[in-house]
Design a protein around this ligand. Structure first.
Ligand code: TRP
Length: 470
C-alpha cells in the first residue's frame, strides 16, 4: 500500500518528498488499511505455510507467535513513532530526530539498510507474484478440476521449468507495481483494500471449510498448534524471527514512512496491535487451509516454496464451484501481493527523489528496472541454475540457490538487523520524554514497551544471530 494518505495523494503529487504540507491519513482506519495492505501479502499465504512445514510445525509456530508479540509489535510501534515524530520520509525523519535529540547522523544508516532490503526482497517477491498471476489462468481454465496430487504437482513443475513463462509473469507483476508507484496515485487502491482484504479473508475461510471436509483437519491443527520441541532447530528460530519481521513489513522503514502521515491524536499502540493481529490471523488461516490438504493427499509438509501451489489447486479442483473460487482466490492473492510490492518499491523511489533529485517516473523506472533485472537471477535459480549454490562452501548456506540466498539474507539478516537498529535507537538514544509524549501510553505500558525495545529485542535478536552465524 502506498506511503501517502488516501485521497490527497493525487492532488499533492508534486509536493511529495518536500517537508512542507504533508497530508495526514484521514482516519485511524485509513492508516490501518494502508499498513495492512503492506503487511498482508505473499508472506502470509505463500511463505508462512511453507516455512512452517519446513520447520516441523507447532514449535516453530509458537516461536513465530512469540516473535510477533514481544519483538514485532514493539518494533512496529517504534517505527511508527519515529516516523510520526520525524514527519518525513524515513531517511529524513531520522536525520530530523537526530538533529533534535542530538544523535549521530549516522543513524540514517537504518534507512539505508531498509532501502537495500526492499530492493532485494522485491526482486524475488515479484517472481512469486508472477506465479500467482499464472495460476489465475490455470484455475480459470478449469484444467485443475478433479486432478490428482501428481497432476497438480506436474503443472507446478511445468511452470518452474519454463524461464520464459516465469519471466513474462514476473514482468507483468513488476509493471503493475511500477505503474502505481510512478503515478503516485493510490487513493483508489487504498479504498480497494477495505473490500479486497475482507474478501481474501472470506475466501480463505471457504478453503478452510473445504479443508474441514478432508478428514485431516484435526491432524493439521495438531501439526500447527501442538509444539514438538524436538523439531525446533536454531536455524528454525532464526527463520521464525526473520519471518516475523518479513510478514509485518518491519526492519526496512516502511512503517516509519506510514507513521509520518499518522495524525497525532491516534494511538500508535492500538493501531500496531490491530495490524499485527490481522496479519497473524491471515497467516494462521492460510495454515489451517493448507495443511489438511497436505495430509489428506499424502504430500510433504516440508515441500518448500511450492507448497501452496501444490495444495490449494487440489482443493479448488475438488470443491464445488472450485474454478470460480480458485480464480477469485488467486486474483485476491495478486492484489495482496501488489499492495505489498508497492510498499517495497515506494521507499526506494522516495529516497531517489529526495536525495538524487530525480523525478518520480525516472526513479521508478530506474529502481524498478534494476529490481526486475535482479529478479531474473531468481527465475533462473528455479530451473537452469537450480544446482548453482554460489555460497555453498559456507555450511549453513549449503545447497542454497540465488533465490534462496536472497530470501535468507533479506528476511533473516537484513530485516532483523534493521529492527535491531530501530530498537537501539528508540531504547538507548532517542529522548525518552519525547517518546512518552508520542506514544501516550499509561506509565506502566510505556515502561513495558521501553524495557522491551531497550533490552529484550536487542538481546533476543543478538542471541539468535550469534547462535546461527557463529
Ligand atoms: N509483509 C509483506 C508480506 O508479508 C512483504 C513486505 C512488504 C515487506 N513490505 C515489506 C517485508 C517491507 C519487509 C519489509 O508479504
Amino acid at each position: 500500500m502506498s506511503v501517502s494518505p488516501s485521497g490527497s495523494a493525487a492532488s499533492k503529487g508534486s509536493l511529495e518528498g518536500s517537508n512542507a504540507q504533508r497530508g495526514l491519513w484521514s482516519s485511524r482506519l485509513a492508516f490501518i488499511l494502508a499498513a495492512t495492505g503492506s503487511a498482508v501479502g505473499l508472506g502470509n499465504i505463500w511463505k508462512f505455510p511453507y516455512v512452517t512445514g519446513e520447520n516441523g510445525g507447532g514449535a516453530f509456530v509458537l516461536v513465530y507467535l512469540l516473535c510477533i508479540a514481544i519483538i514485532g509489535i514493539p518494533i512496529m510501534m517504534a517505527e511508527v513513532m519515529i516516523g510520526r515524530r520525524g514527519g518525513r520520509s524515513p531517511v529524513n525523519s531520522i536525520k530530523a530526530i537526530a538533529r533534535r535529540d542530538g544523535l549521530n547522523p549516522a543513524w540514517k544508516l537504518v534507512g539505508a539498510v531498509g532501502i537495500l532490503a526492499g530492493f532485494l526482497i522485491l526482486s524475488f517477491y515479484s517472481v512469486i507474484g508472477g506465479w500467482a498471476i499464472s495460476y489465475v489462468g490455470t484455475t480459470a481454465s478449469g484444467q485443475l478440476s478433479g486432478q490428482t496430487a501428481d497432476a497438480v504437482g506436474a503443472i507446478f513443475s511445468g511452470l518452474l521449468s519454463s524461464p520464459g513463462t516465469l519471466l513474462l509473469w514476473h514482468t507483468v507483476f513488476m509493471a503493475l507495481v511500477m505503474l502505481v508507484v510512478a503515478k503516485g496515485v493510490r487513493s483508489g487502491l487504498e479504498r480497494a483494500v477495505s473490500i479486497l482484504m475482507p474478501a481474501l479473508f472470506v475466501l480463505l475461510l471457504i478453503v478452510v471449510g473445504y479443508a474441514m471436509t478432508t478428514g485431516h483437519f484435526g491432524q493439521a491443527a495438531a501439526f500447527l498448534f501442538q509444539p514438538d520441541f524436538s523439531q525446533l532447530t536454531t536455524s528454525g528460530i532464526l527463520v521464525a524471527l526473520g519471518h516475523a519481521f518479513f510478514t509485518l513489513s518491519l526492519g526496512m522503514a516502511v512503517m516509519m514512512a506510514y507513521g509520518s502521515y499518522l495524525p497525532k491524536n491516534i494511538s500508535i499502540a492500538k493501531t500496531s496491535v490491530t495490524v499485527s493481529v490481522i496479519d497473524t490471523g491471515v497467516a494462521l488461516l492460510a495454515g489451517l487451509a493448507i495443511f489438511p490438504i497436505v495430509f489428506a493427499n499424502g504430500l510433504e509438509p516440508g515441500a518448500g516454496p511450492g507448497l501452496i501451489f501444490q495444495t490449494l489447486p487440489l482443493a479448488f479442483g475438488q470443491m464445488p464451484m472450485g474454478s470460480l473460487f480458485g480464480t477469485l482466490f488467486f486474483v485476491l492473492l495478486i492484489f495482496a501481493a501488489w499492495t505489498s510490492g508497492i510498499s517495497l518499491l515506494e521507499p526506494i523511489v522516495e529516497w531517489l527523489e529526495e536525495q538524487k533529485g530525480m523525478n518520480r517516473t525516472v526513479s521508478t523506472l530506474g529502481a524498478g528496472g534494476v529490481c526486475w533485472a535482479l529478479g531474473i537471477t531468481s527465475i533462473l535459480s528455479l530451473n537452469l541454475w537450480a544446482d548453482f549454490a554460489p555460497l555453498g562452501f559456507i555450511p549453513m548456506l549449503e545447497g542454497k540457490t540465488i533465490f534462496d540466498l536472497l530470501d535468507f539474507f533479506t528476511a533473516n539478516i537484513l530485516l532483523p538487523l534493521g529492527g535491531l537498529l530501530v530498537a537501539v535507537m528508540a531504547g538507548w538514544v532517542m529522548s525518552k520524554q519525547a517518546m512518552e509524549k508520542e506514544l501516550a501510553l499509561s506509565p506502566g505500558m510505556f515502561n513495558l514497551w521501553f524495557v522491551t525495545v531497550r533490552f529484550i529485542t536487542p538481546i533476543a535478536v543478538g542471541v539468535v544471530f550469534i547462535y546461527n552465524l557463529a
